[in-house]
Design a protein around this ligand. Structure first.
Ligand code: FAD
Length: 271
């Protein structure tokens, strides 16, 4: 999820959702429910304004019955059917009634489900409340101006505040590492961060472009979250000055200090 660089819990996935409309609120609910540190950014003061005017202010939440033949696509009909069936109507009704606490009623003439209260506001408020109850942070009055993949995840720029960071999946990290605009100092800064992700460390170690760089090797070795085999593979290629630093650094794992001492001893025996 979230957040201001350096301010998040490294053990949880960080998800940023842009826009607290119907889609964004649901995305935030499911991301937070799955355990991610979730931040929902909304440019207006409240969010979900289209929901407020939907269904003439009553919000037609769902159809009363699903007729698959009415779902059309220029793409694969098989894929569309899979999507439609992935969350069956009865489960969606249960979600709104039980998890959001909004009882629904069918309007017979249109075969549509509306909240019993006939108030779209209940739906909008219910979605945002549930997102917050599940642990998402809802940040209103926040306009996102840009977002781009970087070596330490997605960087989200917003008006009037520092950028936010969200985790990227492996493909995004790999794409960032081959971006010609990525500089060595950007990557080593990302590798040195306390909350650097193991995905980044592993991708940098496997990258044909970055793995041979001395500064990157050193940053990988010094990163406390680097898997031990990746550290041990690189220690013997460090210069004596850095090996001495490693051997004396009490913040490093004892095995790494011992490995550095061993390389120093071996090098002094051969010289
Ligand atoms: C008059 C009307 C009646 C309708 N009636 C129904 C109905 O009865 N039933 C039904 O199912 N559907 C209805 N719809 C459609 C339904 O309202 C929309 O499909 C749905 O609300 C769209 O939700 P969304 O999350 O995709 O988009 P939006 O509601 O547009 O949400 C996008 C959100 O992102 C925010 N945002 C945009 N840019 C940024 C940025 N740069 N940074 C931060 N935040 C940003 C916006 O402020 C907004 O809150 C109706 C629509 C209208 C207009």
């Amino acid at each position: 999820m979230i957040a201001e660089p350096g301010a998040s819990n490294p053990s949880r996935r960080r998800v940023v959702v842009i826009g607290a409309g119907a889609a964004g609120s649901m995305a935030a609910i499911f991301a937070a429910t799955s355990g991610a540190e979730t931040l929902l950014l909304e440019r207006t003061a409240d969010g979900g304004r289209k929901i407020l005017i939907s269904g003439g202010g009553r919000c037609n939440i769902l159809p009363a019955r699903v007729d698959e033949s009415r779902f059309v696509t220029d793409s694969s009909p098989h894929l569309l059917r899979k999507i439609v069936r992935s969350w069956p109507l009865r489960e969606q009704v249960a979600f709104f009634e039980k998890e959001m606490g909004i009882p629904l009623a069918e309007e017979q003439e249109s075969a549509k489900l509306f909240p019993v209260s006939n108030r779209a506001r209940d739906v909008r408020d219910g979605l945002l409340d549930l997102a917050a109850r599940r642990g998402a942070t809802v940040m209103t009055g926040t306009t996102v101006t840009d977002y781009a993949p970087g070596p330490d995840g997605w960087r989200i720029e917003r008006e009037g505040g520092p950028p936010l960071l969200a985790d990227a999946d492996t493909h995004v990290v790999e794409a960032a590492l081959i971006n010609p605009r990525l500089r060595e100092e950007d990557l080593t800064t990302a590798l040195r961060r306390d909350d650097a992700r193991t995905t980044l460390v592993e991708a940098a170690a496997a990258s044909t472009r970055w793995a041979p760089s001395y500064a990157v090797k050193l940053a990988i070795v010094l990163q406390p979250r680097t898997p031990l085999p990746l550290v041990l593979e690189r220690i013997s290629s460090l210069v004596p000055r850095d090996l001495r630093r490693l051997a004396l650094d009490p913040s490093l794992r004892p095995l790494i200090q011992a490995a550095a001492r061993k390389v120093i001893e071996q090098e002094s025996e051969t010289s």
